[in-house]
Design a protein around this ligand. Structure first.
Ligand code: IFM
Length: 456
């Protein structure tokens, strides 16, 4: 810290010595090179090619061109002082047709990337599915087709066989809520469908594929640590009314418990099943047993809380998320609520007691301004980061076994339906020149992680 900086809210030394510090990225959001080295088409390539889908009519075709800039990007991660790097693997690079013929060049890319991490002291954390399904599988029904579960296992087997000697930390899925509901009910993510029943079936198959992949990864990878990453929200009623209290419970049922309950051996929540009626997925006998497989950690992505009101006629669970006036928000409109993270984590611990928790994503988007001297003084993002790290420490003090924190994201990147409008990076990316510049938030994180070094 410079001498006149305000007293820090939190220090690295407030965390356990073995706490894991990282940053996160995902394949389609940064890699680009979509036509290179035998990569097949993904559902996001197809979705982006459809007019009106992406806010700035862009795509991940080039993105951060990480496929070519990865050594520089790993150097950047190392300069932050993190000791872990979370990335995802693009299924269409490995199995361009979804299953069958393996594209060795795709595997070679991730093998080089993993070696690059290890050379720089970054523990690799691989996510197998961060939304880029091979398009050819979508044409056979995508995740609504139970056969996609088998295809995922085939893909998992191929990837873990090649990388499992060096990658020990595996995340099966990133945010199955988004894959299922944004992609198949709300239609604002690939593949762009708008059917609730389909979304529920997709969701079931995602969870099933997770449950079946975990033992497979353990068989393939000695000393593997395997988990799933969920996007979860603390949910509260918009008013003191009994109707809103009941609505908050229902909303929590579909948004949080729908995932946490079956993963922890309780099956799907009965109150929500009753409301879904014939939309509920049809299960085979062993499905719930398979989904409830033991995991080594739960990945939690925390961004914002949700306040909910009763909304008769608004979908099967009749709830609506309302915006509270006068609260701090990011440029996305997401409420900034570090204490909400403590509420969420202590609730997960109380109700589910997972083996341990990693915050696999947390971050914010603001409208960055590049100063004439080239610097980016993103004080709001810096403050967001500091306050959420302080919240993480409070959750640990409250007894939640949080073992690591991964900032979202290392780089500004392709933010899905928002295109390049939303910047989440600790490093600014000039998408014309591909120049990376660490923002003030990135410098702050490096300073936090390496006290003393940042002023050298
Ligand atoms: O960019 C996304 C990421 O892919 C998944 N979690 C939320 C981030 C911010 O929206």
């Amino acid at each position: 810290m410079k001498p006149n900086d305000p007293t820090p809210l939190i220090l690295r030394s407030d965390f356990p010595a073995d706490f894991r510090w990282g940053c996160s990225t995902s394949s389609y959001q940064i890699e680009g090179a979509v036509l290179e080295d035998g990569r097949g088409e993904s559902i996001w390539d197809r979705f982006c090619s459809q007019p009106g889908r992406i806010r700035d009519a862009s795509s991940g075709a080039v993105a951060c061109d990480h496929y070519h800039h990865w050594p520089e990007d790993l150097d950047l991660a190392r300069s932050l002082g993190v000791n872990a790097y979370r990335f995802s693997i693009a299924w269409p690079r490995i199995l361009p047709l979804g299953r069958g013929a393996v594209n060795e060049k795709g595997l070679d890319f991730y093998s080089r990337l993993v070696d690059g991490m290890l050379e720089r002291g970054l523990q690799p954390w691989a996510t197998l599915y961060h939304w880029d399904l091979p398009q050819v599988l979508q044409e056979q029904g995508g995740w609504a087709n139970r056969a996609t579960v088998d295809a995922f296992l085939e893909y998992t087997e191929v990837v873990t066989r090649r990388l499992g000697d060096r990658v020990k930390h595996w995340i099966t899925h990133n945010e199955p809520f988004c894959t299922a509901f944004l992609g198949n009910h709300e239609g604002n993510h690939a593949p762009g469908l708008t059917d609730h029943k389909t979304a529920l079936l997709v969701c079931h198959h995602l969870l099933l594929s997770h449950g079946r992949a975990v033992p497979l990864i353990h068989r393939q990878v000695a000393d593997a640590k395997v988990g799933i990453t969920l996007s979860l929200h603390p949910i509260s009623p918009a008013s003191d009314s009994e109707e809103d209290a009941a609505a908050a419970l229902r909303h929590d049922g579909l948004r949080n418990r729908w995932f946490l309950d079956p993963l922890h051996g309780r099956g799907y929540p009965a109150d929500i099943l009753a409301l879904l009626g014939t939309d509920a997925p049809q299960l085979l006998a062993s499905d719930l047993h398979d989904i409830a497989t033991t995991t080594d950690f739960l990945g939690v992505n925390y961004y914002f809380p949700e306040r909910v009101e009763n909304a008769p006629g608004h979908g099967p669970i009749a709830t609506r998320v309302v915006e509270t006036a006068g609260v701090e928000r990011t440029a996305f409109g997401w409420e900034v609520d570090p204490e909400g993270m403590v509420t969420l984590l202590t609730r997960i611990q109380r109700d589910y007691a997972p083996a341990c928790v990693y915050l696999t994503e947390n971050g914010s988007t603001f409208d960055d301004v590049v100063e004439p001297d080239g610097s980016i003084n993103d004080e709001q993002r810096r403050s967001y980061l500091e306050r959420h790290l302080a919240a993480t420490a409070r959750a640990i003090a409250a007894g939640v076994p949080v073992k690591g924190y991964f900032a979202w994201s290392l780089l500004d990147n392709f933010e899905w339906a928002e295109g390049y409008v939303r910047r989440f990076g600790l490093a600014y990316v000039d998408f014309q020149t591909q120049q990376r510049t660490l923002k003030a938030s990135g410098h702050w994180y490096a300073n936090f992680l390496q006290p003393g070094d940042a002023e050298k």
